[in-house]
Design a protein around this ligand. Structure first.
Ligand SMILES: Nc1ncnc2c1ncn2[C@@H]1O[C@H](COP(=O)(O)OP(=O)(O)O)[C@@H](O)[C@H]1O
Ligand SMILES: Cc1cn([C@H]2C[C@H](O)[C@@H](COP(=O)(O)O)O2)c(=O)[nH]c1=O
Length: 223
């Protein structure tokens, strides 16, 4: 039996859907305020909050209007201030999430802001959406400090999610508490296993790779 295979029809040019290219002039001429996002990460005690405060103070010196936010989960040194491990302070909004910020501050005050600092960013689930809107739509400079990794060296919260949005990313290091070499990791001294556990030098120490691995082995052996 003879089978007739249908020959595919060649599409006429007019039938091929047009790909619409964005017009570069239109993009270039659209007037949008230009925001920025700067991200500071690293282990605990690396100087993330210190770096954040330095940048915020320098923006303030340049006459820019600033607001600082931290997670209200961080109750270590003060409720309504960002505080470094060596005691430098800056007043802030301590919030459960970032979406409540505009409402708390008021629309008019929000519009006047040039720079928003965010500390303990690992605790804000809505970090990505907030930063995207603040920089892309509202023209704010957002400076974010937070832990990139938790005590098990896993992604911590949404901090690494905003790297694709960022103008700059700075990874700081601390000093290994056991040998003084550069420390990239945070070691939890206690046996608690929950990801979020607020604490300072009583609970955590910065360590180099070698001492992170040794410490984890010792913990496993003892457990
Ligand atoms: N192992 C440590 N234990 C306690 N404090 C430390 C330790 N290493 C450094 N520090 C102090 O912490 C300061 C940095 O604090 P901070 O900016 O709050 O760090 P981060 O925000 O990265 O945790 C350093 O300047 C130093 O004074
Ligand atoms: C590693 C790790 C840390 N945390 C908590 C401990 C502190 O309260 C903050 C980090 O503060 P810092 O300003 O960076 O010193 O995060 C946690 O909850 N879980 C962890 O694994």
């Amino acid at each position: 039996m003879f089978h007739h295979t249908p020959i595919p029809q060649i599409q006429k040019m007019s039938q091929i859907p047009t790909v619409h290219r964005s017009d570069p002039d239109q993009i270039a001429n659209s007037i949008r305020p230009s925001g920025q996002i700067h991200v500071i990460v690293g282990p605990m005690f690396a100087g993330k909050t210190t770096a954040l405060l330095r940048r915020i103070n320098s923006e303030g010196t340049n006459g820019r209007n600033i607001a600082m936010i931290k997670s209200n989960k961080d109750t270590r040194y003060a409720i309504d201030s960002v505080v470094t491990h060596d005691g430098t302070k800056y007043p802030c909004w301590a919030l459960p999430d970032l979406q409540s910020f505009k409402q708390k501050l008021g629309e008019e005050e929000y519009d006047k802001l040039d720079v928003i600092g965010i500390d303990e960013a690992q605790f804000f689930d809505d970090l990505y959406d907030f930063c995207c809107k603040a920089a892309d739509d509202d023209g704010k400079t957002v400076i974010v400090a937070g832990l990139d990794g938790d005590y098990l060296r896993r992604n911590f919260g949404p901090v690494l999610d905003i790297v694709p949005l960022a103008d700059t990313v700075t990874k700081l290091t601390a000093r290994c508490e056991l040998c003084g070499k550069r420390a990239h990791f945070t070691f939890r001294k206690t046996n608690e296993t929950e990801t979020e556990l607020i604490g300072g030098a009583d609970t955590y120490m910065p360590v180099c790779r070698q001492h992170y691995v040794n410490g984890s082995m010792v913990k496993k052996t003892v457990a």
